[in-house]
Design a protein around this ligand. Structure first.
Ligand code: ZN
Length: 108
């Protein structure tokens, strides 16, 4: 298994195993809520595998999402938006939510 190492500074890693997950520069918005509190919308996430697609009713309507799971340790760090019913929410499709509580700040 080969894991991607992001170039620092300001990288978020998995809180459990410190595998790199996302870059601060890829944050689109910090005003999101995950299952465990504050969460960030990011353009891309690395070293995550996707769980099965499921429909979830979130604050902003019905979305199809997949859990984003750390490839190294299996921690669910957030989810990926696969589809959104509401046209105003479609900008999120293809992007990831990562939960602040599941992240560690590297080389800040
Ligand atoms: Zn991990």
């Amino acid at each position: 298994m080969s894991l991607v190492q992001l170039e620092g500074p300001r990288i978020y890693s998995c809180s459990k195993c410190r595998t790199h997950v996302a870059h601060y520069d890829d944050i689109v918005s910090k005003c999101f809520h995950g299952r465990s509190g504050r969460a960030y919308l990011v353009n891309q996430a690395v070293n995550v595998k996707l769980g099965p697609k499921e429909d979830r009713v979130l604050l902003t309507g019905l979305h199809t999402v997949c859990d984003a799971i750390c490839q190294n340790c299996g921690l669910v760090v957030g989810w990926k938006y696969e589809a959104a019913n509401n046209p105003s929410q479609r900008y999120k499709v293809g992007k990831f939510i990562v939960e602040k509580a599941k992240l560690h700040k590297e080389a800040w």
